[in-house]
Design a protein around this ligand. Sequence first.
Ligand code: BJW
Ligand code: ZN
Length: 252
Amino acid sequence: MKSDSAVALDELLEQAAAALRKAQHVCVLTGAGISAESGIPTFRDALTGLWANFRAEDLATPEAFERDPKFVWDWYEFRRELIRKAEPNPGHFALAELAGRVPRFTLVTQNVDGLHQRAGSRGVLEYHGNILRDRCCVEQVVADRSEDSRHGLPRCAACGGLLRPDVVWFGEAIPRGPMLAAAEAAESCDVFLSIGTSSLVYPAAGLAESALRAGATVIEVNPNRTDLSRNVNVLLAGPSGELLPRLLEQLR
Ligand code: BJW
Ligand code: ZN
């Protein structure tokens, strides 16, 4: 026999599925939690090993990079390695499949790991950039590395300027294209899914609030409660790698 909590979860999954069946436009926002089951640590998890004494808030800033670019680059190279070896998990694949089941689908991710694209999602709006690309600090464009970058800091092949990862640090603006497209989607969708994000970092966290204000059904998938939880219509408490495939199954 199923426990009371298992029955309650089944009912919540059905409520979420019912909203998705009726939806004309589904907008999804993902955060680090969706990649946790691919072995990529989230930001609010304590950093481990060499990075145990630091917080993301101290490393993912222009000030940290200005102070000690080598140190910040070492952190990014370490994470790039982890991400290159990681594989998308059933949560990423479920979202790639969901796109084909609804009339209009927008996927906004705060993640910089590219795992949605590797799972087959198209048109992903990368809100905080992509860790696997380099950007020239001088030209402010995505750039290739110069040949002699093997020693010391990576340099731009075109102008010799210092390179940085093509991500959005605290205090920096969200890239205009993804920011405008995500805002439009959050305001016009009828179902908004917030998956694996602590809903602490703005403006991304404001997207769910816009959707709520516009009258969308907001569904949250997260094993832990967040600041958003008390306002959502359906709270699916559990790991996205398990719950998203179940939700998709329920849509059949
Ligand atoms: C699972 C799970 C499983 C676990 N399944 N779930 C006061 C109020 C409002 C705003 C501000 C403020 N003070 C400062 C600000 C601004 C600041 C901000 O929001 N700060 C807050 C911390 C307060 N925001 C900014 O600075 C942004 N820019 C900006 O505002 O610009 C203004 C501007 C305008 C015009 C010109 C110039 C400037 C930029 C924010 C950039 C964030 N960047 C980072 C780093 C990216 C690069 C990198 O990867 O190194 O983005 S920080 C980090 O946080 C990363 C993430 O995308 C982001 C969000 O984190 P996320 O994804 O939510 O992860 P976690 O770890 O927080 O949560 C994981 C969740 O998963 C948890 O809830 C778990 O329970 C859950 N989970 N396992 C499902 N299996
Ligand atoms: Zn350059």
